[in-house]
Design a protein around this ligand. Structure first.
Ligand SMILES: [Zn+2]
Length: 90
């Protein structure tokens, strides 16, 4: 499914500046970095990663975000089994 979406998006013609601006207005401004919280998560495969979540989330796991693709071993999805917030850097 994700591959199909990527193929369809790749086929789409590039947007004009006007269309891009209209879409930006529709979606509102992009989230600022201050609206994100960073977490250090331990994945099911045993590897540790830093991830970013919006500030409103009380934990990095839950719903569609309870797993990550592991960049180290490639396990996808790898379920988040433990996490701690990262403070001070960002
Ligand atoms: Zn891994």
């Amino acid at each position: 499914m994700a591959d199909w979406v990527q193929r369809q998006v790749a086929k789409a013609p590039p947007w004009s500046d006007e269309k891009f601006r209209a879409m930006q207005e529709l979606l509102g401004p992009p989230p600022r970095p201050a609206e994100f919280v960073r977490w250090r998560v331990r994945l099911y495969c045993g590897h540790v990663r830093d991830v970013r979540r919006s500030r409103g989330q009380e934990r990095p796991a839950g719903g569609i975000t309870d797993h990550e693709r592991c960049r180290e071993c490639g396990l996808d999805p790898s379920v988040i089994v433990a996490f701690e917030p990262l403070v001070g850097d960002g």
